[in-house]
Write a protein that binds this ligand. Structure first.
Ligand code: AMP
Ligand code: MG
Length: 389
């Protein structure tokens, strides 16, 4: 049995081949740029009115002659003489010969005569050509996560496709004769399958969409076949259940027979002690214990950072921040614990119902508190390690 820190360090030291794909911007969300993106245009591509009002060719007087109108999307080709104005709308191209935009609130119009209430400075209310980015400049650096704003920015520059780090294709295999789909009637002795939908949801939430689902009975040959197929066709294989020491736990034996190298098996932690991580070529296999809270804890703590690392995203093994305990807490455990908890502001409350088979407290948790094994007392206000989830 190894410590959580040793397990993290083994995973941290794995390296993965960099795989790059070019994808349409439409499919690029939540991916990380594998190379910088350059802008092929100035943005804005013309001097742009930032207000509804009049574009004017400035002169010393307060009256202007209105000679036309420019709507958003129009391009006004006539020349304005000094003292002339065109009506203009937000987002429209300011004629080259105009040198200020005066907002509609600061003018009066009589027929074709515009009277301005105050003098405008040159280039007032005009967004300059290339003010956001100039043609040829770097729009986004390699390593940028494509969030909604980044996608919008690149779309606004007319970028059709981007090169991103390829995300792993993930197999999720649920084992257990006792499992029944949550839409079916529950026969005696059976339980509903929580893990398949839970893990799929967690994967989608984290931006991993390429997920293949498998379900298998507790039968060595079936488990072996399913695992072989999952390993052949996916980059990361996650299993739930069947990794303990029971007579019908076949995941470990099947992985061994499939020549999967064990990176570690059994971590000194609660929940999730029987966790196994293995490797075959560039593929990585996580065998998670089947108790739902253990499955999800191991997912957040071990699987998710690994998926993020493989995708070029920011990741971190080990806890991310420190928070103050809202209550006293006694630790008396030979295993390090990940406890369902709720963080508000700077305080963290450890929730009840920590049993690894129970999801009720997990459902309202927004964090896991990590407490190293031992026999010690923590007081309200003491700082503890926390994972946000
Ligand atoms: P195992 O790790 O296979 O020994 O399973 C441990 C416990 O988790 C047992 O009570 C199983 O019934 C339960 N379990 C395993 N897989 C699931 C699942 N997909 N959904 C809900 N409970 C599960
Ligand atoms: Mg089982």
């Amino acid at each position: 049995m190894i410590s959580t820190e040793e397990a993290f360090s083994i995973l941290e030291n794995l390296s993965y081949p960099e795989r790059v794909v070019e994808v349409p911007l439409f499919n690029a969300r939540n991916h990380v740029l594998a190379e910088a993106v350059f802008s092929s245009i100035n943005m804005p591509p013309f001097r742009q009115a930032t207000m509804d009002g009049f574009a004017i060719a400035l002169h010393d007087e307060l009256h202007y002659e209105i000679i036309g109108e420019v709507k958003a999307g129009d391009f006004f080709t006539e020349q304005l003489e000094s003292g002339q104005a065109v009506k203009i709308f937000t987002g429209a191209a300011v004629p080259d010969s105009a040198n200020a935009v005066i907002p509609v609130e600061k003018i009066t119009v009589m027929d074709t005569i515009l009277s301005v209430h105050e003098r405008m400075k040159p280039e007032a209310n005009i967004r300059q050509l290339g003010a956001q980015i100039t043609k040829g400049a770097i729009a986004l650096e390699k390593g940028t996560l494509l969030n909604p704003a980044a996608i919008g920015f690149l779309a606004g520059l007319g970028i059709p496709t981007v090169k991103v780090f390829k995300k792993p294709r993930i197999a999720f295999i649920t084992t257990g004769n006792e499992l029944v789909h949550h839409t079916e009637k529950l026969p005696e002795g059976k339980v509903y399958d929580s893990n398949t939908l839970m893990l799929t949801t967690a994967l989608f939430d984290a931006g991993f969409d390429d997920v293949q689902l498998y379900q298998v009975e507790d039968d060595f040959d079936e488990v072996w076949k399913m695992l072989k197929s999952a390993i052949d066709n996916n980059d990361v294989i996650v299993t739930s259940g069947g990794i303990s020491v029971g007579d019908y736990d076949f995941i470990g034996k099947a992985l061994e027979s499939l020549k999967v190298e064990t990176l570690f098996y059994k971590v000194n932690q609660k929940p999730g002690k029987p966790l196994l991580a293995g490797k075959k070529d560039d593929k990585i296999i996580f065998a998670l214990p089947g108790n739902p809270a253990a499955t999800l804890t191991c997912f957040y703590v071990y699987v998710l950072p690994t998926l993020q690392k493989r995708s070029g995203m920011d990741y971190r093994y080990g806890s991310q921040l420190m928070k103050r305990l809202a209550d006293d807490f006694i630790v008396d455990n030979v295993r390090s614990q990940f406890l369902k908890a709720f963080v508000s502001d700077d305080e963290v409350t450890v929730l009840s119902h920590q049993d690894s088979g129970m999801l009720n407290s997990f459902a309202i948790a927004n964090a896991l508190v990590y407490l190293p094994y031992g026999n010690y007392r923590l007081a309200k206000g003491d700082k503890v390690s926390v994972y946000s989830i």
